[in-house]
Structure formats: C-alpha cells, structure tokens
Design a protein. Sequence first.
Length: 194
Amino acid sequence: MIKSTGLKKLRTAIFISGTGTNLKNLIKFSLSKKSPIKICLIVSNNPNAEGLKFSTKYKIKHKIFKYRSNNTDEKKALHHLNKNKINLICLAGYMKILSENFIKCFNGPILNIHPSLLPKYKGLNTHERVINNKEKYTGCTVHFVDSKLDSGKVVLQKKIKLFKNDTPSKLAKRVLKQEHILYPKAIMKLFANS
Ligand code: GRF
C-alpha cells in the first residue's frame, strides 16, 4: 500500500454526483497538516451537482464526464487523471459504477463510502430498507472499489443504533454525520505515516 511521505501528499481526486458534503469534509480534512492527501481534482458525472460549488470555493479544478458513452468518457477521465498525476480516487456520493477496465487502468487505490454496514444493504435506498426490515443497527462503510457494486474489501466501518421513531431522512442525517468522521479516519488508517 502506498503511503504519503510527510512532505509529499497523495494527489487525490474526489468523484461526486450530488450534494458533496463528504467532498467538503474531505477538502477540510485535506487542508490539515496531518492529512496524507491533497485534493487536486473534483470529478462529476453530473454538471448540476451541488457539490461542484466547492470547486470554486476552495479553488480546486473540476472536470465533468457525463458518461454518455462509457468507453470514450472513461478514456478521457483516465487521461485526465493521469495528466493531473492523481494517485488516489475517493468516491463520495458518485452514482456511477466504474468499469473493470477503468479500475484496472487507474494507477492507484479507489475508495468509496457507503451508508450501510456492508455487505448488508448494497445499492440505493439503504435507510428505507434498513427501517423496513426493523434492523437494530445500521452504519457506514469505507471500502476499496472493485468492479462489483459496493463489494470491495472493507477498510473501516461505524455501527449506528436505530431509534424507534427513525425515518429514512432522520437516519440519513445521523449516518452522514458519522460518514464525515469515518472517511478521514479510513484515509489516515491506510495512508498516514505512523
Ligand atoms: C452519502 O450518504 C454516501 O455514503 C453515499 O451518497 C451520499 C453522498 O452524500 N454514497 P454527499 O453528496 O457526500 O453529501
């Protein structure tokens, strides 16, 4: 596993599709001295993603790849990542599944955060399904990305208790708060010099 070397932080791209609260949180984390990452690029498949505002706010380059034709856009994305010497990708609310070819060709680890205790509740609408199934606990997971949905090796998880009056949106808020703690923790675990 690559580690940052004190002075040299890992050049990181964050992939988003929507609100970007994890993006904002990772940017703030990256600005701290102890952080092993430097966020050099924001990638979105959605030109209207709210999170793109953080590109302007924090003066970080962004690039839109709409993935209308997977092959061409993936090639363009890989080229761009290469050009920017990116060696870590963090998916943060990115709603596209990366192809096996993309994962193989990208020169470094790819991480994702998912709002459940994987391997349980892969995919969408996790909170609704968790509540409907009357689970006692849910959580969030940072994991490596492979070509199957939400299925790569787990890096870190946080368990969260459900309340009797939980609704999907109440639960989503509570889980998101924990995601913001978990993602930087997972990055520290993997890449910080001990
Ligand atoms: C998060 O719950 C993340 O786990 C999931 O999508 C949501 C993205 O939220 N993959 P945000 O865009 O970071 O606010």
